[in-house]
Design a protein around this ligand. Structure first.
Ligand code: GLN
Length: 452
């Protein structure tokens, strides 16, 4: 833990943390030593982790990287972070992220941009991906042994790919959402980000499990994910979805994808072509449903109950709401609220939101039909390697395109992970994505293990 505390201090230039809590990590290490001496070690005794700022952590600022929540210290702990701590882990601090988890580059944070420990060909700074960009940077730079992330439309997988680490989004409902700041409640899932697949399996086991405080939490036993890691793919069929060959996909991404298929074939799998016909509607569907749910979830930040309050002189209550929300929310969050309230408004609800829900069902059905022909699906995680800081900030559509391979599995609630697959022509990490059947995290992790 001490070495990690020093590493965190030495790497402040990355801006991976919003709050550092070395005292908590050191305390957990002390408790772990005492437990170890008595032969009572827990699964994660003394392991120093970082927790994404989206998770409520008792007594430690939990701001979702937003000005509107700066200074908010929850009197409670999220279920998932609480489970990790109960298993003996120590918290090194809160990890930076895109504001309210909206973004793919960690450039929308009110705490500033996070820098990817990997650098571009000309030594330029790159984004660490998003929204879990502090998590990916901190794991990649070995500041933490592992981190929590959340994934609504790719925010665990894409940053993992951009930094050369592993991360898994489990089946929707595996991890409790209680105490995690809500972005799009029907999509949000927590998951681990770590140096390798085995660490992901170990952390996931601690994070999962039924929680009566989340009505969408699944009441199912938690498998021993680590035991599933054999690397043997014999008898397994791996599907290659033809619709993921999107226009303009760089040759290096296609080559990576092929290499991943070869590795799984070498591990004993049979490679089969599959079709997910509604793939092209996934991105527009996601960018209707996610902002719609976000606009509703973010209505609670009104200056009354949490964090920031702006009170214009002689202003009314409405003036206070407006001033608080204008000052408290960054521009990407405001854009999402506007889109969300628009697609939910009377007269447009049927045309946008209801239609998107129907398309979502078709996307789910595509996957269920594909899984009659294969056990897992292999795809790239992102259409490119990490890009330069500032490269996409003025073009929200270009930024949203980054999520093209990640959002379908999110809309379908499926487990999906990213593992490092190789390097780009510029020597940057590229990720391969494995998507599994509902509740088959074991199959997903094992395929990742076979590639790693
Ligand atoms: N990049 C996507 C978005 O901006 C996904 C974010 C996420 O998964 N939290 O919505």
């Amino acid at each position: 833990a001490e070495a990690h505390v020093k590493a965190v201090e030495a790497a402040r230039v990355l801006n991976a943390f919003t709050v550092e809590t070395p005292e908590l990590a050191l305390k957990a290490a002390e408790v772990a030593d005492a437990a170890l001496a008595k032969g009572e070690a827990k699964p994660l005794s003394g392991i120093p982790l970082g927790i994404k700022d989206l998770f409520a952590t008792e007594g430690v600022q939990s701001a979702a990287a937003s000005n509107i929540l700066k200074g908010f210290k929850p009197p409670y702990e999220s279920t998932v972070s609480g489970k990790l701590l109960a298993d003996g882990a120590g918290m090194l601090g809160k990890l930076n992220m895109d504001e309210f988890a909206m973004g793919s580059s960690n450039e929308t944070s009110a705490f500033g941009t996070v820098i990817n420990p990997w650098r571009g060909k000309g030594n330029e700074s790159l984004v660490p991906g998003g929204s879990s960009g502090g998590s990916s940077a901190a794991v990649a730079a070995r500041l933490v042994a592992g981190a929590t992330g959340t994934d609504t439309g790719g925010s665990i997988r894409q940053p993992a790919a951009f930094t050369g680490i592993s991360g898994i989004k489990p089946t929707y409902g595996r991890c409790s959402r209680w105490g995690i700041v809500a972005f799009a409640s029907s999509l949000d899932q927590a998951g681990p980000m770590a140096r390798d697949v085995r660490d992901c399996a170990i952390l996931l086991k601690s994070m999962c499990g039924f929680d009566p405080k989340d009505s969408t939490s699944l009441d199912l036993p938690v498998p021993d994910f680590e035991a599933a890691l054999t690397g043997d793919m014999k008898g397994k069929r791996v599907g290659i979805p033809k619709e993921y060959t999107v226009d303009g996909i760089p040759t290096e991404i296609e080559a990576l994808w092929k290499k991943g298929a070869d590795m799984l074939r070498d591990a004993g799998a049979e490679i089969v072509d599959i079709s997910l016909p509604h793939t092209k509607y996934a991105l527009p569907t996601y960018y209707i449903i996610a902002p719609a749910e976000a606009s509703s979830n973010l209505a609670r930040y009104d200056g009354v109950r949490f964090g920031l309050r702006e009170t214009p002189e002689n202003g009314s209550l409405i003036d206070m709401y407006e001033a608080t929300r204008s000052a408290g929310f960054g521009s990407e969050v405001q854009r999402r609220i506007l889109i969300g309230t628009y697609v939910l408004s009377a007269g447009y609800y049927d045309a946008y939101y209801l239609k998107a829900q129907k398309v979502r069902a078709l996307i789910q059905r595509d996957f269920m039909q594909a899984f009659e022909r294969c056990d897992v699906i292999l795809a790239p995680t992102a259409p490119s390697a990490a890009f330069g800081i500032g490269a996409n900030v003025d073009d929200p559509i270009a930024m949203y395109l980054n999520d093209v391979f990640c959002v379908p599995a999110s809309l379908a609630g499926l487990p999906a992970m990213s593992v490092p697959g190789g390097l780009s022509d510029d020597g940057l990490p590229l990720g391969l994505q494995i998507i599994g059947r509902p509740l088959d995290e074991e199959g997903v992790l094992n395929a990742g293990y076979a590639i790693e």
